[in-house]
Design a protein around this ligand. Structure first.
Ligand code: HEM
Length: 532
């Protein structure tokens, strides 16, 4: 009996010890804030959405790499350029996995952003490299140019709805690049509304993260946990959505119409056995290109209006003077003006640095095997955060919006990201290493064309008496400014007339549903200019 109780007591003590051990930072890990048993540092995570500021505070206090314990999981913040270059770029073979995430199990692990770096991810990624590289991205410039002509017309007609118009622009550009079809209006297009519903379902994501941290939930049947039912519903909605768009694209190919798109190119090039993707994987790849291109670019352009136009009117004026002298008052700027429009291009770079839509660094990379850096253990399974807010603010006078800091930099986002000296990167907004955003070429073009044309067309002014705080963000995985109002007017009467004329010409290429007519695609495929 005595022995029985002794064993029982020992097992009890060991179990309590083990439970209390959870959440503690083991010896040799990078430094970080003190932990509590079981929860680690979870209690220190702000509830009001200013996580990026907390990450910066920890970086300032503990140095270039900081470790955090989230229950049983470890998160490591990379806070300087050297850490990102060394760990995410140079050691990418070991740092391109994703953390074990419950959310990624839904949809059969087909969401490229969350999928770990297995064979299917490699094939999905390859499709992006093949079909959205810089030459391929050039093919889609006519879509982006066309869509800006509607953007200008929409803002001219209802300037107070500028936010909706920008959202339509990026959603339609994403849709045509993904599938070769347009979104004339988000209200009219159910698929676009559904895409945003699924994409912005943050509550489900944060609920699911609880399940990662407390693994016991993962053993229970999904039917007994209420938020899992919601995630399952969302994933069914998403799967049906991608299926529907894919089938439309497929039918168009079968009927012999050439609509340049990522989906079409994937279907056509999906012939190499070593890189073959199943139909379901193709559908998800196309769907996530659309989703990945829409809210990120929308929020970047919305931020651009906020600071470049409203809070820093002198930058607006300088860019307008540049556009007038380089391009001329009556011609719309083009993608080919990237090199000549130095200041305008710098406004884009500075917007991405100043207000990264992926403000907490996007999805953490994960470590496959134990490693060391600066003498600290980087344990297998830990998440590595490209701590973008901290990294982007490691410049002189960081909270001054100053495009001239990029004036001599004509590199594309990708060229800048892969250069040997990471301290010369323009910003860290698109990530790093093997998981860097594969949409950078498309984003450079779509954002530059929109920004230069908005500056060409309009004056943006602050509404007197209305408060507008510079660093006030909506919390979220993809952040946005808090909604604000501004006054938007054509720069002069000649611009007003020109915007209407350009839209009238553009409309000739649309059918009654607002989709492109065959001639648009024919000219695009032949490389002929389609619109202004
Ligand atoms: C302002 C525009 C954009 C921003 C700021 C942005 C940012 C990011 C970031 C930070 C990541 C994670 C990178 C990492 O893990 O290191 C990412 C991944 C991704 N982005 Fe973008 N992105 C943008 C536009 C686009 C566009 C236009 C597309 C598609 C056409 C796209 C498709 C993707 C995909 C598929 C991934 C997942 C890659 C993977 O996990 O392997 N993004 N993006």
């Amino acid at each position: 009996m005595g022995l029985y109780w002794m064993v029982f007591a020992m097992v009890g003590v060991i179990s309590i010890f083990r439970v209390l051990w959870y959440g503690r930072r083991p010896k040799g890990y990078p430094p970080g804030p003190p932990t509590l048993p079981i929860i680690g540092n979870l209690h220190l995570f702000p509830r009001n959405g200013v996580l990026h500021e907390k990450f910066k505070e920890w970086a300032d206090q503990y140095g270039p790499i900081v470790s955090l314990k989230l229950g049983t999981q470890t998160l490591i913040l990379l806070n300087d350029e050297m850490a990102v270059k060394e760990l995410l770029d140079k050691r990418s073979q070991n740092t391109s996995a994703r953390m074990d995430m419950f959310l990624s199990e839904f949809g059969g692990h087909n969401q490229i952003l969350m999928r770990s770096n297995d064979e299917t991810w490699r094939r999905q990624r390859r499709m992006y490299h093949q079909n959205l590289n810089s030459q391929q991205a050039d093919i889609y410039v006519p879509y982006q140019s066309f869509e800006t002509t509607q953007l200008l017309r929409d803002i001219l007609n209802s300037p107070e709805k500028f936010e909706d118009h920008i959202k339509r622009y990026t959603t339609s550009v994403g849709y045509t690049i993904a599938y070769g079809m347009r979104v004339r209006s988000i209200e009219e297009k159910k698929a676009a509304r559904t895409m945003f519903e699924v994409r912005t379902e943050n509550i489900a994501c944060s609920a699911a993260s609880l399940t990662n941290e407390h693994g016991i939930f993962r053993m229970l049947p999904n039917s007994v946990i209420p938020f899992l039912k919601e995630i399952e519903r969302l994933n069914r909605v998403e799967s049906d959505l991608w299926d529907e768009q894919y089938q439309i694209c497929r039918r168009r190919i079968e009927s012999g119409h050439v609509r340049p798109s990522f989906c079409r190119d994937m279907i056509v090039t999906n012939t190499v056995k070593a890189d073959y993707l199943s139909e379901r994987e193709l559908k998800f790849n196309a769907g996530h290109a659309w989703a990945g291109a829409s809210d990120t670019q929308f929020n970047t352009l919305w931020f651009f209006v906020k600071q470049a136009m409203i809070l820093y009117p002198e930058c607006q004026k300088r860019a307008q003077e540049e556009i007038d002298s380089v391009v001329g008052a009556s011609t719309l700027p083009q993608w080919s003006d990237w090199t000549a429009l130095r200041y305008t291009r710098s406004i884009l770079k500075e917007t991405l640095r100043f207000y990264p839509a992926t403000i907490t660094g996007g999805m953490p990379h994960a470590v496959t095997k134990d490693d060391t850096y600066l003498g600290y253990l980087i344990p297998a399974g830990a998440g590595l955060v490209n701590n973008v807010w901290t990294l982007n603010n490691r410049v002189e006078n960081p909270r001054k919006f100053d495009p001239s800091r990029h004036i001599d930099d004509s590199r594309s986002t990708m060229e800048s990201a892969i250069q040997a000296d990471a301290t010369k990167r323009d910003h860290f907004t698109f990530g790093a290493g093997r998981r860097i955003c594969p949409g950078t070429h498309v984003a450079d073009r779509g954002l530059f064309i929109a920004i230069s044309r908005l500056l060409w067309a309009f004056n943006f002014e602050r509404i007197l008496g209305e408060a507008l705080e510079q660093d006030d963000f909506e919390p979220g995985f993809i952040t946005s400014p808090r909604p604000f109002r501004c006054k938007i007017t054509p720069r002069n009467e000649a611009k007003r007339t020109k915007i209407s004329e350009i839209w009238e010409q553009s409309e000739n290429f649309l059918d009654e549903n607002g989709d492109y007519i065959q001639e648009f695609y024919d000219r695009m495929v032949r490389g002929q200019a389609v619109t202004a």
